[in-house]
Write a protein that binds this ligand. Structure first.
Ligand SMILES: *Cc1c(COP(=O)(O)O)cnc(C)c1O
Length: 387
């Protein structure tokens, strides 16, 4: 079954399992082989079998993943990269030029902020941070004629702010710019930005898409063919592609995204309920909570509210560090979106690079990436760690 035939009618899990590939025509293998090859025999000069000539340009194992990502995000084309940041850099070089301007979230993923602030800026690309949950703030940050991209995360990391993608798409398009959405936190199972008006979706497939903390990767999915052509040219010209071994691992993870995401959400909801009444917790941040300022928008544009929970503890930074150190089922570590639960201190870990900037996060903040273990074990672990 081809992606095209099914993108209109098949359900998410059906697409996740079947889109992007057919059983292997030679052997009937239901999973695409790992094409560990750099080059392809030509039948006469220029006589390509299936369009493949060199694996930086295209490789069938990567093509299968790219087709599946495009189907799940409801985009025209997908592209797989060596990491999320490689995808981001390729996107920026494809669509911006020195002297252009981009708007980025004022609580962007730390690596994204560093990319814009230390790498793209030195190339001549200006950037302005804006609060993505405030449409007027984003509008005010746009420089008419200069702003090429408005870069949005929703939910943001680690404060889980919510951006209204439909409203932002209207504002961004009116200004002649493109709306880019980093959909890493929600995954296409919970939110499909292109259906809400976004032009390009960015993923760190390292996180929920891969889902097993065993591979680093990135992806772009684009709505329009003109943008797709530019991305394709830059993917090949810059060369930061996903290799076939990484592509097959990522694609394997992608097939179970729906069932994993539902369990991530179930467990996160139970943990939120537990933390909300704990005496040592002064604030729980989760878009599923009615008092969360983005709750109504999240309820409209997301299927559920995700597996990331942030909370602040009584007693300041040291208390937060102590809780992180005391957890046992929750592993102390960076990253997110894997089957195992992780705990981290953003101020000292994932967001250390934004200390002292406008993106600094509270010192008493803890971020959980809630895994798919038995919920009671996760709650007992947090109860113990909170003391
Ligand atoms: C991890 C992450 C990235 C960067 O992806 P890598 O695969 O680590 O390069 C980008 N955006 C978000 C939201 C992330 O969580």
């Amino acid at each position: 079954m081809s992606t095209q035939e099914h993108s209109q009618k098949a359900g998410f899990e059906t697409l996740a399992i079947h889109a992007g590939h057919e059983p292997d025509p030679m052997t009937g293998a239901v999973i695409p082989p790992i094409y560990a090859t750099s080059t392809y025999k030509q039948d006469g000069v220029g006589g390509l079998r299936g369009g493949y000539e060199y694996s930086r340009s295209a490789n069938p194992t990567r093509t299968a993943l790219e087709g599946a990502m495009a189907a799940l995000e409801d985009g025209e084309r997908g592209f797989a990269f060596a990491s999320g940041l490689a995808a981001e850099d390729t996107l920026v070089r494809a669509l911006c030029r020195p002297g252009d301007h981009v708007v980025i979230p004022d609580d962007a993923y730390g690596g994204t902020y560093r990319l814009f602030d230390k790498v793209e800026k030195a190339w001549g690309l200006e950037h302005s941070p804006a609060a993505v949950s405030d449409v007027d703030a984003v509008r005010a940050a746009i420089r008419p004629g200069e702003t090429k991209l408005v870069w949005i995360e929703t939910p943001t990391n680690p404060l889980l702010n919510i951006a209204d993608l439909e409203k932002l798409a209207a504002v961004v398009h009116e200004a002649g710019a493109l709306l880019v959405v980093d959909n890493t936190f929600a995954s296409p199972y919970l939110q499909q930005p292109i259906t809400l008006g976004a032009d390009i979706v960015v993923h760190s497939t390292t996180k929920y898409v891969g889902g097993h903390s065993d591979v680093v990767g990135g992806a772009l999915v684009v709505r329009g063919l003109d943008v797709a052509e530019k991305i394709e040219f830059h993917q090949n010209s810059m060369g930061a592609v996903a290799g076939p071994f990484d592509a097959v691992l990522t694609h394997r993870g992608l097939k179970t995204l729906g069932v994993r995401m539902d369990r991530h959400c179930d467990n996160a909801e139970k943990i939120v309920e537990f933390l909300s009444t704990h005496a040592r917790v002064c604030e729980v941040i989760y878009p599923g909570l009615e008092q969360h300022p983005g709750h109504a928008v999240a309820a409209r544009q997301m299927k559920r509210f995700g597996g990331i929970v942030s909370f602040r503890v009584v007693g300041g930074e040291q208390a937060a560090l102590d809780v992180c150190a005391a957890a046992e089922v929750f592993t102390l570590g960076e990253s997110l979106g894997g089957v195992e639960s992780l705990i981290e201190h953003p101020g000292r870990m994932t967001h250390a690079s934004v200390a002292g900037t406008e993106l600094e996060v509270p010192a008493d903040l803890i971020r959980l990436s809630v895994g798919i273990e038995t919920a009671e074990d996760l709650i007992a672990d947090l109860d113990r760690a909170l003391g």
